[in-house]
Ligand binder design. Sequence first.
Ligand SMILES: [Fe+2]
Ligand SMILES: [Fe+2]
Length: 181
Amino acid sequence: MAVMEILDYEHQLILQVLKVARARAGRMAQAGAAAEPGGPELAAFCHHFVSQCHHGKEFLLFQCLLQKQRAYVVAPIADFQAEHNRLAQLTESLAVAWRVAAAGDAGAGKLVAGYLAEFAALMQAHIRKEDRFYMVTQNLLAEADQSTLTAAFDQFDLATLGLGGHARYCQWVYQSTALHP
Ligand SMILES: [Fe+2]
Ligand SMILES: [Fe+2]
């Protein structure tokens, strides 16, 4: 798979998980439920798969694109990096609030619902912008860039998710959402 195809595939997985997250946030906000099941798995996906792995790979791609000396890539990449940071903050807050909610605090349940809704909205808008950006920048990547980056992505999967970790997360998404391999 080419670099942009790998990232696009991961975007599809993340968007499926966001649907589940949104539904959960809606139920928790309405019912004031302390915590729905599946919180630790969702928090782990956001932390390991999204922040560490997917955004880490995008950082490598961004470094490569910035070396192409094209002015039009600079501002979007700065925005994407800022959004990665905000999404990582939300992920951390979400994990903490979910632990408190799971201990029975209904107030924390509302907090979780708020963080989930904000994470889902920001992530969805972020992915839409990146998809458009990747369409217009993919031609900047030479064959050698494709080879270097795809090899680096494989190494990155291993370093952040462990042996077989990426495939296990894909499987988890297939099982917990309507997406099929
Ligand atoms: Fe991103
Ligand atoms: Fe992305």
